[in-house]
Design a protein around this ligand. Structure first.
Ligand SMILES: [Zn+2]
Length: 356
């Protein structure tokens, strides 16, 4: 690009104002504010938003977390990004919404309005990640989503939506099979990638629901979802995976300088060969390695405390591979406390190991 053209672009960039709710940046800089949503009963909900606008033109990246109120690793990851990013080192704009669903976070539930220990899937209309792009006169979450969509998401070229699976599975990215989104997921740099292919089935539903990632792709932008392992608490390793992932994506998009930190290989969940390991007795399950760890064949991956015989028995990996899941595998273990208990029944699945 010629010097004159670049200077002209620079002059235009400085004049353009970026605003999301009450957060507003003219030219380059950093700022925070709120997107305000008025609920049907007149209550006002402020969704905090941060903007970092670089000194040079570039794409708009929108990142959000905590659509589900007990998935909070991403909240910290985005908060850290808003602290870390320096406008003078950035090309383009980063819009960060640490808590997309403040109502659910304050209630400490997956969805606003769910009962204690009630499963995610019980009342799908309460699930914020099923109703995008929301509605101005709809339910609480439809209104929250609508305002974020109108004021922030629509301005984005790329979207990162941070969630958290339970703590016994490794972090992973979930992405559609669209080439651009898949490239983004690979750049994010988590080892495990889940490529969703069920869009066709969804189209057959009478009332098709939409995740933010799907609504974003329908608008022509690219999106990825990252599940940063561990709910109900802040897991430092997962927070780091989140910040590293966002920085990696920004490097990929040429918003930041530097090398992308990639895993040694990618594992495609549900596609690559894996081995499932079950308990051969009742007992307390005590893990010796972590999800995401590489293990050798016959390596001890857990101990089972056999209470009947008062002894410890080693559980060994039948293959060389990468541990994806290690721990309880029953339904609703993400919301129900007894399901999180490490007493596991004989025959229950306790590990999923992808072969390497
Ligand atoms: Zn979630």
């Amino acid at each position: 690009m010629g010097k004159g053209k670049k200077q002209k672009e620079w002059a235009i960039w400085l004049k353009i104002e970026m605003h999301v709710g009450t957060a507003s940046i003219e030219g380059s800089g950093k700022g925070t504010g709120y997107v305000t949503t008025v609920l049907e009963d007149g209550r006002r909900v402020n969704t905090p938003v941060g903007i970092v606008r670089g000194k040079e033109n570039g794409p708009v990246l929108y990142a959000q977390a905590a659509q589900h109120g007990m998935e909070i690793n991403g909240v910290v990851a985005i908060e850290k990004m808003l602290q870390l990013l320096k406008p003078e080192l950035l090309r383009g704009t980063f819009i960060g919404v640490p808590v997309a669903n403040p109502l659910a976070l304050v209630q400490r539930r997956p969805h606003y309005g769910l009962g204690p220990e009630e499963p995610y899937g019980n009342r799908p209309r309460l699930n914020m990640n099923r109703i995008w792009p929301g509605s101005p006169n709809g339910s609480e979450v439809e209104r929250l989503a609508h305002n974020l969509w109108e004021q922030a998401v629509q301005k984005a070229d790329y979207v990162i939506d941070l969630h958290s699976y339970e703590r016994w599975s490794a972090s992973c990215t979930i992405v559609s099979s669209k080439k651009k989104s898949l490239e983004l997921a690979k750049a994010f740099g988590l080892r495990f990638i889940s490529v969703s292919t069920n869009k066709k089935e969804l189209e057959l539903l009478e009332e098709p629901w939409k995740m933010i990632s799907e609504a974003v792709e329908d608008m022509g932008a690219s999106a990825l979802v990252a599940e940063l392992a561990g709910q109900w608490d802040i897991y430092p390793k997962s927070v780091k995976e989140g910040t590293r992932g966002i920085i990696n994506v920004m490097k990929k998009l040429n918003m930041l300088d530097g090398e992308i930190i990639s895993p040694p290989s990618y594992v495609y969940l549900g596609k690559d060969p894996c081995t499932r390991v079950s308990m051969d007795r009742d007992g307390l399950f005590l893990a010796s390695v972590e999800p995401g760890d590489d293990v050798e064949k016959d390596q001890q991956i857990a101990k089972i405390i056999d209470m009947l015989n008062i002894c410890e028995v080693d559980l060994r990996s039948p293959v060389r591979g990468i541990v994806y899941h290690l721990g309880p595998s029953g339904p609703n273990r993400d919301v129900q406390l007894p399901r999180m208990h490490p007493f596991l029944d004989k025959g229950s699945e306790v590990a999923v190991i992808y072969e390497s």
